[in-house]
Design a protein around this ligand. Sequence first.
Ligand code: NCD
Length: 323
Amino acid sequence: MKTDKISNEAQLDASGNLIHLLGLEGLSSEHINQILDTADSLLDEKGNLKKSKALDDMSVANLFFEPSTRTRNTFEIAAKRNRAKVINVDLDNSAIKKNEALLDTMLTLKAMQIDMFVIRHNQNGLPHHVAENVSGVSILNAGDGINAHPTQALLDVLTIRQIKKKFENLSVAIVGDIVHSRVAHSDIHALKTLGVKDIRLIAPAGLQHSPENCEIFNCFEDMDEGLKNVDVIMMLRLQKERMIAADIPNEQEYYKNYGLTNDRLKLASKDAIVMHPGPINRGVEIDSDVADGPQSVILKQVTNGIAIRMAVMQILAKNHRRQ
Ligand code: NCD
């Protein structure tokens, strides 16, 4: 499915308030900064998470149709830290296995008085479809196909803002399987909206972003060239599950050309940070010395994921009650 026809329109009400989180395209820097500021207010000076009662009277359903460790568990922790009740819908044993239409499952869950659905699905635009067809609930996109992963991009820019303070003068490199990565697609929107001027997309020819994007951003096939003096390096996993067999690169070859090693890291700014949404494949796209090294912020991203998801839920809950 093409991703360019998917509309995020349903996520804002007539006054421009966020009522679902479907994607970052269409959100202003004010929307994004409100989420980042709320997330920061949920962390203490040491970076530890606070608790809140913001969703005391609400229920959140986790609907993960694809595997997930970080995203699913941090959504659950975030909902519980907001005092919501959480229902992890067991999709392997659900009526969907009896061919119930997905929208019927959603309407059934709504009839159980569930207020928010967190949805991950391999189909582009599936959360958008639910948002357009089931009223009175808030939809949070936890990753749809190769289209978008908005909370991942929000936690990424929160992590960058905490360390680098400002976006305007940063050089940010996104490296790897860009074409299949919903994380990269959402990161590009977040960084652009927040004013990053130098966004570099580094990938082998077959995994490059669309030619249109290479007209707007700086595309590189040569990783060493692309990494020069960057402030932020965002590494990506090879999304093999989204490739046809012929497209899967040889891992050793890939590591040689696109693996982030300490030697390559030296090409970036001295204080560059290394990010990865996880799961990481050590020795494929990133060397263990780098993943576990002093410039890596990979685990900080995980903690920030809880703050971001708590913040989004709080903002949606407020606007949900207003409706
Ligand atoms: C990503 C995803 O599922 O899109 N992971 C995540 O949510 N932390 C990236 C990936 O699977 O490589």
